[in-house]
Design a protein around this ligand. Sequence first.
Ligand code: G6P
Length: 607
Amino acid sequence: MCGIFGLIQRSGDVAPTILEGLSRLEYRGYDSTGVATIDNGILKIRKDAGKIKDVADRLHIAEMKGSIGIGHTRWATHGAPNMINAHPHTDQHGKIAVIHNGVIENFLELKQELLDKGHNFVSKTDTEVIPHLIEEEMKGEVGLAEATLRSLRRIKGSYAVCVLSSLEPNKIVCARLESPLVLGVSDGATYCASDAPAIRPYTNKVVYLRNGELATIDVNGYKIVKVADGSVVERAPEEITWSIEMAEKQDFPHYMLKEIYEQPISLRNSLRLQEKYMDLLTAFLDRGKEVFLVSAGTSQHSCIAGSYIFSQIARLTTYPVVSSEFVERYGSTVGIDSIILAVSQSGETYDTLKAVDHSRMRAATVLGLTNTVGSTLTRVSRAYLIQQSGPEIGVAATKTFTAQVLVLAQLALRLAKLRGKLSQDELDEYGANLHKIPDLVETVLETTHERVKEIAAREKDSRLFLFLGRGISSATAMEGRLKLLEITYVPSLAYPAGESKHGPISIIEKDTSCVFVCPRGETHAEIIGSIMEMKARGARIISICEEEDTSIIGLSDEVIEMPKSIPELLSPVPYIVPLQLLAYELAILKKLDPDKPRNLAKSVTVP
Ligand code: G6P
């Protein structure tokens, strides 16, 4: 997975803007950086392994000349992160430069064909075949756009590509299939990038390219055609309504912390869903013979929490399934009566889209929940909801979890109403509780952060964490553990507390850190038993429980006290907050950058 940024403007050098754009895309990968511009009719490239700032300083990229250029931040899929494999890649004569995000499945075949024709390759990447294919096509006297179109028709796999050539120095040709690409238009400049926040500082007018579309951009705008048949697509720009401040760090040291603190606002937005679409999704959910909640990472944990809410409030059985397992596990039985609710912040996760494609082929109904308007998921879903949490830059998802759980809880409430499963009083009470959640999260941020910092300081050297919860809190425990794992790299396990005696208890030694998520509710008595089991074996008990919950407080070494009267079924939203903060504070104490976890990327758009 990689980040792409291209720009053509009437005058002035584009390199500084490209670097700015790339830094906003760094969350998509950051093992290598490269920029190409056209300087006096000559294609110039500077690239190397390393983070954008380091490479840009070392190679003086900001000083590159030219009013047209493309830039790339890489997350390796084929070929190690080094200078040769960094993008842009060129044809044999250094006249065509290509940057690419995606995977070309048939690149070995294509490479062999080109080798047989006498081409030399320098890198180990799949991308390098693209400029060579375009070079071959241009021998037939066709222009850059047509040659790119013909080359892309031969590619199997996924791509977002940008092509720049000194042979036609006044345009950038870009296209997408499965990997995201957005155009931006302003007076005298046209942009293309992997996502809209990268373009937002320069314009609020964007055009989302769809799968299998190619755009040629120049200073006056853009022209879109379909890769398959070259037919012209008319599409007017859309206006972005969120501001760039929403996507920048403001006064927070890291995006992750900023996004944790943004949750009261993002949750208020997540309560403002459009009735029409809520009703549509509810009607589909009601009709299905079986309902699968398909997702990956944090989104899967939202789905696990959602499955408890659906069953308890709306009496709907749902099956949360990780996307990468879906096709093998249920692919041969899913059919016309099945509902697939795909949940994905980005709407671009490869495995989730693969599960969706498979289900569509088998005539199942696909519904979507995503944060990204215009994403692939929104286009392939029969109906979809936007979680409305605004751009999330931190690789470790935070506001995504809370927003998704809140949206799923609203859907469950609507379904309960439709099915007549709750009395009017119960419906009203549940609805009122949902609306209290953003304020509760605000209170939790105010009252627990200092406490979490103290606990983090004492837990700094802990070499193993176990996260336990019962019922819906097992989803909170899993998500808390994922945060810790993602940004601190401390080995950790998460289990439904009742299951812990079937294995995890064997790793408990004196001072093993055991985090218990214990809201008041049906599981309260049982979680006390689980705490005692761990305590008896010497574990250090860190509990998140309601204030004045003396039975839990008396058993714990450390306590994070939460406001009273949070219904257990909605507890994952406020109760995850201290766990997000704990992971963040531990990362800081360990001098790790929480916004750039190693080996991870915000959006996994490759198999
Ligand atoms: C990656 C990210 C996670 C995210 C997961 C699913 O692994 O690092 O933070 O939860 O993808 O992403 P999605 O966009 O489908 O929710």
